[in-house]
Write a protein that binds this ligand. Structure first.
Ligand code: HEC
Length: 139
C-alpha cells in the first residue's frame, strides 16, 4: 500500500468518525427538551384540559409556589415529594386555600388563606399540580 493510499484511508476514517459523532450530537440535542428538566413549566406542553387550572394557579398560587410549582423565596415547591398524593391528599389543597397553613415543613412562614378561590378553582388547580408532579416523576 502506498503512503498516499494509507493517508486517504486514515482521512477517510477520521471523516467517518466525525460524521458519527456529529450525528450523535444532533440526536442528543433533539431529545433533551423532551426528557429534560424544563418539562412541566408553564407553556405549550400543558394539556388543553389543564390550561384553566394553570391560569388559576398562576393567578392565586405561583407568587409563592412559583411558576410550574417550583417554589420561590415566599413559598415551597409543590412539585416536591412531600406533596405527593400519599403525603398531602387533595384535601390539603382545599384546606390550605380556605384556612391557610401554619408553617410546619419549611421556614417560609405561614401561608395565608387565599381569598377569591372557590372549591372548583382548587379542583382545577389540584389537577394541574398533580400533572406537574407526575411530569417530574414524583408519583
Ligand atoms: C403568600 C404565599 C402563598 C400563597 C399565595 C400560596 N401559598 Fe401555599 N403555602 C405557602 C407556604 C409558605 C407554605 C408552607 C407552609 C409550611 O411550612 O408547611 C404553603 C403550603 C401549601 C400546601 C401544603 C399544605 C400542608 O398541609 O402542608 C399546599 C397544599 C398549598 N400551599 C397550596 C396552595 C395553593 C393551592 C395556593 C393557591 C390557591 C397557594 N398555596 C398559595 C405560601 C403560599
Amino acid at each position: 500500500m502506498s503512503i498516499l493510499s494509507r493517508w486517504v484511508l486514515k482521512v477517510g476514517w477520521a471523516f467517518v468518525l466525525l460524521m458519527m459523532s456529529g450525528v450523535q450530537g444532533c440526536s442528543q440535542e433533539q431529545t433533551e427538551p423532551r426528557g429534560g428538566t424544563e418539562t412541566g413549566v408553564a407553556g405549550e406542553s400543558v394539556p388543553a384540559n389543564l390550561k384553566e387550572g394553570e391560569q388559576k394557579f398562576v393567578a392565586h398560587c405561583s407568587r409563592c409556589h412559583g411558576v410550574g410549582g417550583r417554589g420561590t423565596q415566599q413559598g415551597p415547591p409543590l412539585v416536591h415529594k412531600i406533596y405527593e398524593p400519599n403525603h398531602h391528599a387533595d384535601a390539603a389543597f382545599y384546606n390550605a386555600a380556605a384556612n391557610g397553613v401554619r408553617a410546619h415543613h419549611w421556614e417560609f412562614g405561614n401561608m395565608p388563606k387565599i381569598e377569591g378561590v372557590t372549591p372548583s378553582d382548587i379542583e382545577q388547580i389540584v389537577q394541574y399540580v398533580r400533572w406537574l408532579q407526575r411530569q417530574a416523576g414524583i408519583f
